[in-house]
Design a protein around this ligand. Structure first.
Ligand SMILES: Nc1ncnc2c1ncn2[C@@H]1O[C@H](COP(=O)(O)OP(=O)(O)OP(=O)(O)O)[C@@H](O)[C@H]1O
Length: 541
């Protein structure tokens, strides 16, 4: 009998095999009991001649992970006859199982925040020990058995790899050559899956980000909805869909932390060390803001938020029937009448055009399939009560939205100066220094107020020098961008008109948008402070 035909035995080494816990491409996992000690483990069995000997790889990596929180203990391993086995901690259900068994279309925000905190922390630990996971997915995140059921464990290190050479202590090199894809279809990063890049820490993190977004999206990420691709063309289609989905598209209707996290992961350099602590803290704060305890304990079934925050009473992404195509056409016509061409918009104009194109397409699709499909829309609160944030907005986003609305109604530089001060305070209210889309909206309105000479201050000088913006467009290197904010900081104190401050605001928004993580630097805050001070001075003249 050849090795491939050998039936699975009842006993391997001193382990007596019980229930089959799961089978994958590379082998099967059984509950097993030690014949002498009675210890119960999960026994991962693989034929020794398997074309992808993942047990052998795992056996070499496990020792480096031992003792870390959420890392299973390897109790024994070896080869007996034609079987390669690993005896590891017996654990509980995977997130995939829990998610599917819950029958819900998505998980609640509190649960996803706790998953995010734990998974990022597991990756921190693995990476700190020089190992990449390279196959982050829901099936590879499992909870412990009581009393460890609140802990998420990482399993399946069959694709894992050392990214730090144990001898030279150097990071593995990047390569321009396209490499074969390693990972999973749903969550592998765009760079690895669609562009054939060498995986590094950033790609583990991006896979985690996609997993969190998937859990909060009704029916999951769009490219996961047709099952595993069965042909090359289906796989190509999936990759195209994944590649073209922008963070903004994927995170519409979600708290901005998810979009920011995905953008952050995608902007990391190949060898860059991610700021794990920052993102664990971001998701902790988000959970607290939404009325959860902020602990990273995985609680299942999920408890209700402690504080009654209305945003959690409605799903994060609400589904409502598509708008009538006629109504949509009316909105599109109104949009066209807006002077979007003349007025610089700090966000990326391509996004707007794309959004309009998608909206048109949606309207057409809605026409064709109105009775069967629903569309995701953001539900707008009609409440008078200003103290409760509308659905989907974190308190920070809500405060920014209120400032934006006040800025659009401001009628003096003094009022704008105060709003800029409030803006700084809101930006600094938690550890995130990222310019979110709500913050961009504020800058956009501020720009508009300052650029319009009909508003409050008559420009002192009308001749216009070559603006910083033109300079940025000419030269795009990161050090130039940093230089621009430093210069804006210096120049704002002597700005002579609202118009010149408008340009500065536009430049500030633009360079921050292009910078890694859209982070506001010390110079950025100093610029905003200077802007606020200058607005008061110009008002008093
Ligand atoms: N330690 C464990 N305790 C309990 N169940 C486990 C354990 N390890 C794995 N399982 C179950 O077995 C399934 C397959 O495990 P694992 O992913 O390690 O194997 P694999 O052969 O590499 O699978 P795949 O080919 O799907 O990646 C898991 O999804 C999980 O449900």
């Amino acid at each position: 009998m050849s090795i491939s035909d050998e039936p699975i035995p009842r006993q391997v080494a001193n382990w007596w095999l019980g229930e089959n816990l799961g089978s994958g491409y590379s082998g099967s996992i059984f509950r097993a009991q030690h014949l002498h000690t009675g210890q119960v483990v999960a026994l991962k069995l693989q034929r020794v001649n398997h074309e992808c000997p993942t047990n052998r790889y795992e056996r070499h990596l496990y020792p480096s992970l031992q003792g870390g929180k959420g890392m299973p203990t390897l109790w024994a391993s070896g080869v007996q006859g034609c079987w390669d086995y690993l005896a590891i901690d017996l654990l509980g259900a995977s997130l995939d199982n829990l998610y599917r068994k819950s029958g819900k279309e998505m998980m609640d925000l509190g649960t996803v925040c706790s998953i995010a905190m734990q998974v990022i922390s597991r990756l921190d630990l693995m990476h700190a020990r020089g190992i990449l996971h390279r196959d982050i997915q829901l099936g590879n995140c499992v909870i412990g058995l009581p009393p460890n059921e609140k802990i998420i464990y990482m399993i399946d290190f069959g694709f894992s790899k050392r990214y730090i050479d144990p001898y030279t202590k150097r990071h593995i090199p990047d390569s321009k050559a396209k490499r074969d894809f390693i990972g999973n279809y749903w969550f592998s990063s765009v760079a690895v899956h669609c562009r054939g890049k060498v995986p590094s820490r950033r790609d583990d993190l991006e896979a985690a980000a996609l997993m969190f977004i998937h859990l909060l999206t009704p029916r999951g990420l769009t490219w996961t909805r047709n099952g595993v691709p069965k042909s090359d063309s289906a796989h190509e289609r999936l990759k195209r869909e994944k590649r073209s989905a922008t963070p903004e598209d994927l995170c519409r209707g979600l708290p901005s932390e998810f979009e920011e996290f995905l953008r952050y992961c995608r902007r990391l350099k190949f060898q860059e060390t991610p700021d794990y602590a920052r993102w664990i803290e971001e998701f902790r704060l988000l959970a607290v803001e939404q009325g959860y305890s902020g602990s990273d304990n995985f609680l299942w079934p999920p408890p209700k938020p402690q504080k009654q925050i209305r945003s959690m009473n409605t799903p994060l992404r609400t589904r409502m029937p598509a708008l009538e195509p006629d109504a949509f056409q009316g909105i599109l016509n109104d949009l066209r009448k807006l002077d979007l061409v003349e007025r610089p918009v700090l966000g990326d104009r391509k996004n707007i055009e794309e959004a309009v194109r998608l909206a048109q397409q949606d309207a057409r699709n809605g026409d064709a399939s109105q009775t069967t499909t629903t569309k995701e829309v953001i539900e707008i609160s009609d409440s008078e009560d200003e103290t409760i944030p509308p659905p989907f907005l974190t308190p920070k986003a809500h405060r920014l939205a209120k400032l934006t609305s006040k800025a659009s109604e401001a009628t003096s530089n003094a009022a704008l100066a105060e709003l800029v001060r409030d803006f700084i305070e809101v930006l600094q209210c938690n550890s995130s220094r990222t310019l979110t889309k709500e913050a961009f909206h504020f800058l956009d309105v501020l720009y508009k107020q300052l650029a319009d000479p009909a508003v409050f201050v008559t420009p002192l000088r009308t001749s216009r020098q070559r603006s910083n913006r033109e300079l940025i467009e000419d030269q795009d290197a990161p050090h130039i961008k940093l230089g621009v904010v430093a210069r804006l900081r210096k120049e704002v104190g002597s700005a002579r008109s609202n118009k010149s401050m408008a340009e500065m605001v536009a430049d500030f928004g633009k360079v921050t948008n292009k910078s890694s993580g859209r982070t506001i630097t010390k110079d950025g805050f100093a610029f905003l402070e200077g802007l606020s001070g200058r607005l008061v001075v110009l008002e008093q003249r």
